[in-house]
Design a binder for this molecule. Structure first.
Ligand code: ADP
Ligand code: MG
Length: 278
């Protein structure tokens, strides 16, 4: 497969030629308007079926929210997309041509799938600006030489991302001194430095103040169109504030899909959330 060979060649180059972002070697084919196809995916852990014949399609540039009770399989679904967990059955395609199940975890990252985990993992001792710079190089061995060698394009990209995440005034601050919300935005910024086609975000507003939540909603909305964004989130007010289309997962399958109002009024969804409450 040609694209896969190109990608692997680019990744090999990346080990030598330091901070080039390898994904740019790859032009993702989204000619059908769909960026991600998960079809008939199942995963069993010790006899327990965490994902059960899951079908999920994400459009190019859309912002999708995934909700569902604890244990519904939301994180496992993200683990499958990123290659951390391999499904027992099913298919996972990125655009028209990339078979995710044939790629390793680092290869999946370099074809343009970025994942933000719940806990921010910024480099606390480094300045905000340096965090963004360092995020350009996967290979930590090149970091000592990286900062002195940025091209004008790379500096421009950093300024653009600083503006997107709203941390221009904090650019020279130590990341460790940021608020919880600011760290989360910085980490999203670090993912943006890789210019991903698809961004996966797990529970972005946990622990945030209301003001930070509003700012995060704005940020995620501003990414849609330029990227596809999949957000897993428990906070219903937050989901309502950002969602176009919502997918409800339950017992490893899609229970309902539609606008927030459609899924909220779906009797099956109401039943699943009865008692527990999202
Ligand atoms: N690596 C694993 N080994 C065993 N069980 C797992 C593993 N990962 C997830 N599970 C189980 O799969 C189910 C789905 O988990 P998860 O995807 O974390 O749900 P969610 O994120 O929707 O809360 C849960 O019952 C969980 O205990
Ligand atoms: Mg989870």
């Amino acid at each position: 497969m040609k694209t896969l060979d190109n990608l692997r060649a680019a990744m090999r180059r990346d080990q030598v030629w330091d901070f080039m972002v390898p994904r740019q070697a790859l032009e993702l084919d989204m000619s059908h308007g769909t960026i991600l196809y998960l079809e008939d995916i199942s995963v069993t852990f010790d006899g327990f079926r965490a994902i059960n014949h899951l079908n999920l399609y994400i459009d190019a540039g859309e912002l999708r929210c995934i909700i569902g009770p604890n244990g519904a399989g939301k994180t496992t679904m993200m683990d499958i997309i990123t290659g951390k967990t391999r499904p027992d059955t099913g298919t996972a395609w990125f655009g028209q041509t990339i078979d995710l199940l044939r790629l390793s975890e680092p290869e999946i990252a370099s074809v343009g799938i970025g994942r933000k985990f719940q806990k921010p993992t910024v480099f606390e001792q480094h300045a905000v600006l340096e965090n963004l710079e360092l995020a350009m190089a996967a290979d930590k061995r090149v970091w000592p030489t990286l900062l002195a060698r940025l091209t004008p394009e790379q500096r421009e990209r950093i300024d653009e991302v600083l503006e997107t995440i709203g941390l221009q005034d904090q650019r020279d601050q130590r990341a460790g001194a940021l608020s919880h919300g600011q760290k989360q935005w910085l980490e999203i910024g670090m993912l943006l430095m890789q210019n991903p086609y698809l961004l996966l975000v797990d529970e972005p507003v946990a622990g945030m103040t209301h003001q930070e939540m509003d700012r995060t909603a704005e940020l995620l909305r501003s990414l849609a169109g330029k990227h596809s964004v999949v957000v897993v989130e428990h906070d219903m007010d937050f989901v309502r504030s950002i969602a176009d289309k919502v997918t409800v997962l339950h017992q490893g399958s899609v229970l309902a899909e539609g606008s927030m109002d459609e899924v909220r009024n779906d009797p099956r969804v109401i039943e699943v959330y009865l008692g527990g409450g999202p």
